[in-house]
Design a binder for this molecule. Structure first.
Ligand code: AHM
Ligand code: MG
Length: 334
């Protein structure tokens, strides 16, 4: 049973035995994400103070190589998981190919792979607006002790064993699921400890917020245009409120707490939308479903989509169940 004032470390230990494949390995993996999150958080928070926001490859006044924060976060998460020898493979938005970690060594028994978007919401980094990290965890499908292959990464979302995000906002939080509900932990920056602050998070079934980049309106499919007009109509509890941060993690987080729908549809400019199936949409879909919400590409459940490539894009509609179902209805009828 989760309780308030519990630290993330305590929560992980207490809930380890409830996890069906329990061996401590997944707990160690989540612990390593927790550690990297603190380091990245520290760097994100001082971004305005020090001259770290420059072009990757620049040299700063101390003669140190500058890294953009997304490059920094990518390196930090990969290093932490690699050095602690905790996973057999990682794929990242920042890397063209997946990374194999000692997985050809027959003594290497790690069975988890991680897909990660180390710092999502990149357009917000330079302007002091919340960004996030998104992660998705699977068991490998190829045998342990052999090199990981692309098949280990191209698994359907419904095979995820854990997923979550870190939000670097007014407070920093880790929100994650291992398939038994969603829990949120807030960092106390004074002592560097995450506390359980949001046990058993749930999307309200209905909501009044819609989040979409309306600048793309004329390029949207007719079903989405019709649904947006429905959101704006004066009728019943409508018009809804429009809120769009442009950081998926932040928009999702707000909608989960308050009730709402996030949409990044396909458009006449981008036939599959913008967001990536494997390390943006699937983990958010897993969280949404675990929190009584829903995630769809407009017609199908996100987590049932068969992936064909690592950096595949997919239209994404996610949030309060009744709102997503209404948007799907508009898509079907358009
Ligand atoms: P990124 O991975 O390059 O940061 O892009 C993903 C982000 C999401 O966080 C956000 O919801 C979306 O892109 C915003 O896109 P746009 O600026 O086109 O509305
Ligand atoms: Mg991203």
């Amino acid at each position: 049973m989760s309780q308030k004032n519990q630290t993330l470390g305590e929560f992980i230990i207490e809930n380890q035995s409830a996890f069906k494949y329990t061996s401590g390995e997944l707990s160690r993996l989540i612990n390593s994400i927790r550690l990297a999150a603190k380091v990245v958080n520290h760097e994100v928070n001082k971004a305005g103070l020090v001259d770290i926001i420059g072009t990757a490859g620049d040299t700063n006044i101390q003669g140190e190589d500058q890294q953009k924060l997304d490059v920094y976060a990518n390196n930090k998460f990969i290093q932490t998981m690699t050095k602690r020898n905790i996973v057999c493979g990682i794929a990242s938005e920042e890397e063209d190919d997946f990374i194999s970690i000692n997985s050809q060594d027959e003594n290497h028994q790690n069975k988890y792979i991680v897909l990660i978007d180390p710092l999502d919401g990149s357009s917000n980094i330079d302007v002091n607006v919340s960004v996030g990290t998104i992660f998705s965890i699977y068991r490998r499908v190829t045998p342990v002790g052999t090199p990981v292959t692309i098949d280990d990464f191209l698994q359907k979302g419904n095979q995820q064993v854990a997923a979550g995000y870190i939000i670097y906002g007014t407070s920093t939080m880790i929100v994650y699921t291992t398939g038994d509900g969603v829990n949120g932990f807030t960092l106390n920056p004074a002592i560097g400890t995450f506390y359980l602050s949001h046990p058993d998070m749930q999307f309200p079934e209905d909501g009044k917020i819609y989040s979409v980049n309306e600048g793309n309106y004329i390029h949207f499919p007719q079903g989405i245009k019709n649904y947006i007009k429905y959101c704006q109509m004066e009728e019943g509890d409508r018009p809804y409120t429009s809120r769009y941060i442009g950081s998926l993690v932040s928009d999702f987080h707000r909608n989960m707490i308050k009730g709402g729908i996030y949409m990044y549809p396909k458009s006449s400019k981008a036939s599959n939308g913008k967001l990536r199936l494997l390390y943006e949409c699937n983990p958010m879909a897993f969280l949404a479903e675990q929190a009584n919400g829903k995630a769809s590409d407009g017609f199908n459940r996100i987590m049932d989509i068969e992936p064909t490539e690592l950096h595949q894009r997919v239209p994404f509609i996610c949030g309060s169940k009744n709102m997503v179902e209404k948007a799907e209805e508009f898509m079907r009828n358009a």
